[in-house]
Design a protein around this ligand. Structure first.
Ligand code: MN
Length: 221
């Protein structure tokens, strides 16, 4: 079945002031829609036409060579943005749908074990911010889980993601299962933050839905 643009689990303006409604609207209905449309076009008639987007990210090298670029970019873009929307929530949201705060339970324990702490100097949030600045140009920052529950931060260019490890090697970052991703393309923040990527990264913690990230961790470990 062709991919479809997912609905947002909140209103376009629900993440304000962190992410403004106009950015949200253009980002999903123009950028993400283009990835969906172009992924479907590239996959039509191929053996992966009915595969999940995760499968397509893992296996696109099985397709003819002329499909690799378009599928890598556009199926990657579809997976990446779907995870991005689904792991954010308004700071004013109800239980399980509230952005901000800190991780709890098993996920909190795993973050402490893997990074030393969540928000102390040198801990997870600092390492994440460093990865976001280290990613030159367009790309993504990822929190990934490996089998056994170890967590790792990595970053990738363009619309690559860690699911693509077998297909693109080191360009796929750490190769774990992504459970949180931050879009650092300028289209994700330029209207509100212009060139100030670090400000966007700092503000973004206010809309991370840690309950959702915790679900991804439970599934991925
Ligand atoms: Mn984007």
């Amino acid at each position: 079945m062709p991919f479809e643009l997912p609905a947002l689990p909140y209103a376009d303006n629900a993440l304000e002031p962190t992410i403004d409604a106009k950015t949200m609207d253009i980002h999903r209905t123009k950028h993400h829609q283009a990835y969906v449309t172009n992924a479907n076009k590239a996959l039509e008639g191929t053996p992966l036409a009915s595969a999940s987007v995760e499968e397509v990210c893992r296996r696109f090298k099985e397709l003819p060579a002329d499909k690799h670029g378009p599928v890598r970019n556009n199926a990657g873009g579809h997976f990446n943005h779907t995870l991005f929307w689904n792991t954010m929530a308004p700071a004013s949201g109800g239980a399980g749908q509230r952005g901000g705060g800190a991780p709890t339970g098993d996920l909190a324990a795993a973050i402490n074990a893997s990074f030393g702490s969540f928000d102390a100097p040198g801990g997870f949030k600092e390492k994440w911010a460093a990865a976001a600045v280290a990613r030159f140009g367009s790309g993504w920052v990822w929190l990934c889980v490996h089998k056994g529950g170890k967590l790792e931060i990595c970053h990738t260019a363009n619309q690559d993601n860690p699911l693509m490890k077998d297909a693109i090697g080191d360009a796929a970052g750490c190769g774990g299962t992504p459970i949180l991703g931050l879009d650092v393309w300028e289209h994700a923040y330029y209207l509100n933050y212009q060139n100030r990527r670090p400000d966007y990264v700092t503000a973004w913690w206010n809309v991370v839905n840690w309950a959702k990230v915790g679900e991804g961790f439970a599934k991925g470990k």
